[in-house]
Write a protein that binds this ligand. Structure first.
Ligand SMILES: C[S@@+](CC[C@H](N)C(=O)[O-])C[C@H]1O[C@@H](n2cnc3c(N)ncnc32)[C@H](O)[C@@H]1O
Length: 146
């Protein structure tokens, strides 16, 4: 298993051409010079929007902001935590998170102009609840900007 992950890491590094700063709280989170005028083909966001938003409104705004980077017909892969109210950034450093549920994620995607193509929910088994956060489940949403 470890060599498979090492190969994946090498392959990923070989195709990443740049790392750019993004602020999802800005109405256009990335400077336009880095994207074609029509927008990106695809966006991937992983455990970011809920962990930097203090409430659902802020989460929805952040989703709307990153969506401005995506072209019409482009795909969003949104990965995140459900039911999470905090995670530990360092010992004793509790970072607040907006606790989402499945229906809120679906409603937020719809409100931001997406067609939901696939939603998978992974419920955390008890042995994965180790106290660094209070996540109950993880969602993987594939959506198309219409
Ligand atoms: C829970 S971590 C997730 C990290 C990684 N994406 C992953 O899936 O493991 C949340 C990330 O959001 C980033 N972050 C914090 N504020 C942000 C903002 N305003 N805009 C974009 N990203 C932000 C943090 O630097 C951190 O890397």
């Amino acid at each position: 298993i470890s060599s498979a992950w090492a190969e994946k890491a090498t392959r990923l590094r070989s195709v990443v051409s740049d790392v750019l700063p993004v602020d999802v709280h800005q109405s256009f989170p990335l400077s336009p010079e880095f994207l074609p005028p029509s927008g990106a083909d695809c966006l991937v966001s992983s455990f970011c929007l809920e962990s930097v938003s203090h409430d659902l409104l802020s989460f929805n705004h952040a989703l709307g902001h990153i969506s401005s980077l995506l072209k019409k017909g482009g795909y969003l892969l949104l990965i995140g935590a459900l039911g999470e109210s905090f995670y530990m950034g360092a010992p004793g450093l509790y970072i607040p998170v907006v606790p989402l549920d499945e229906s809120q994620v679906c409603a937020s995607l719809k409100a931001s102009g997406y067609e939901l193509l696939q939603l998978c929910i992974y419920h955390l088994p008890p042995d994965m609840k180790v106290g660094v956060d209070d996540v109950t489940a993880v969602f993987f949403a594939k959506a198309k900007k219409v």
